[in-house]
Write a new protein. Structure first.
Length: 362
């Protein structure tokens, strides 16, 4: 089966976070931009992928159209790992990080979706042995900076079935509000690289008292694995990192430096499904649990579930707890008894209805 065409479709989806006005990259943040990749094959099969977007969507779209797609047209997709190697080697001049890897990731996901549909198998069956089909789900809250709103959002999360919650707060009063609102369920904290080593250590007693399941990306830059390793040894709180890392080699560096307790690869950033599959294998061989970064709503979310099915260790699946105007896959807006179930269809498992989403196309 050969690749006939590769098209990037960008959606701008209004969303509601339920908090105060937020300025993001210079303007009010009212919509999420999604780069969807549509691959058509010579057998009439369509594969869908997703590349990291937000305010980088234009750069990623051009990278796919001008850098990635020309290398793939008319290529056979039977051996996707080999195609991935060709892409990475051909494009390494432009960086193995950021926009280039986002572009490769989205296209690679679409290739797996198409191949799975041709073989009439879900992606996890093309890669290995399924070890689980249900996954713990957690609600990943927006950063509100308001204790009252945080407590309300924690309660809503519990009402929607989630049995674990992640905060994105940096102020102690807001973190405490999340602890109060979540009760006795697992609580995680992602500060998005807000602190340095000294600031994090100064909060040691407070963070320990919060009994966090993990502290995510406490310091800037996130790839300072030497300092993360020092914190992992001294802080007394498990460290999670990886949503900003690309390729298996960065994760090997984290593991080798003993920087983390939890690895958080993002399938629409690291290089795609096969790259993340290798990351999962490396982590499990090193007794590092994988907690995927999956704060997306489209094909990247389903790709995460397909990979989670192959994990031998326990994992949590992240749901970015926002109300988007139109869901890609409505069945995942809530967590039934705190769990998500693996879809059973071929490829990614479910196809979204593009007709209902096309009105958001840029």
């Amino acid at each position: 089966m050969k690749i006939k065409s590769i098209k990037v479709i960008t959606l701008s989806m209004p969303f509601n976070h339920g908090g105060k006005k937020v300025i993001f990259h210079g303007k009010e943040w009212k919509s999420l931009e999604f780069n969807l990749i549509k691959i058509e094959t010579n057998k009439g099969i369509t594969g869908w992928g997703e590349a990291f977007g937000y305010t980088s969507w234009k750069s990623v779209k051009v990278a796919i159209e001008e850098m990635v797609a020309p290398l793939l047209i008319d290529k056979d997709i039977e051996n996707i790992p080999n195609l991935l190697l060709v892409l990475q080697k051909s494009l390494h001049l432009f960086g193995r990080y950021g926009v280039t890897m986002f572009a490769i990731s989205g296209v690679e996901i679409a290739l797996w979706d198409a191949l799975g549909k041709e073989k009439n198998k879900p992606i996890h069956e093309l890669l290995g042995k399924k070890n689980k089909e249900e996954f713990k789900a957690y609600s990943s809250l927006f950063r509100y900076g308001d204790p009252k709103i945080i407590e309300e959002k924690c309660k809503q999360s519990l009402d929607d079935g989630y049995q674990a919650i992640k905060l994105h707060e940096v102020e102690e009063k807001c973190i405490e509000a999340g602890g109060k609102g979540s009760g006795n369920i697992p609580l995680m904290l992602d500060v998005n690289c807000a602190w340095n080593y000294e600031e994090t250590i100064a909060k040691k007693d407070f963070l320990q008292n919060m009994k966090l399941k993990w502290l995510e990306e406490p310091i800037y830059p996130p790839e300072d694995y030497q300092t993360l390793a020092k914190l992992s040894e001294e802080l007394g709180v498990p460290i999670a990192c990886g949503e900003n890392a690309c390729t298996e080699f960065e994760f090997k560096a984290m593991i080798n430096q003993k920087a983390i307790s939890y690895a958080q690869p993002s399938v629409i950033k690291v290089g795609g499904i096969y790259e993340m599959y290798k990351i999962i294998q490396n982590c499990e061989m090193s007794n590092i649990q994988v907690m995927p970064h999956s704060a997306y709503f489209g094909p990247g979310f389903l790709a995460t579930l397909q990979l989670a099915a192959l994990m031998t260790e326990d994992t949590y699946i992240e749901r970015f707890y926002l109300d988007i105007e139109k869901e890609f896959y409505p069945g995942f807006k809530k967590a039934l008894n705190g769990m998500y179930k693996l879809p059973t269809g071929p490829g990614l498992g479910i196809d979204f209805d593009y007709k209902t989403l096309s009105k958001y196309e840029i």
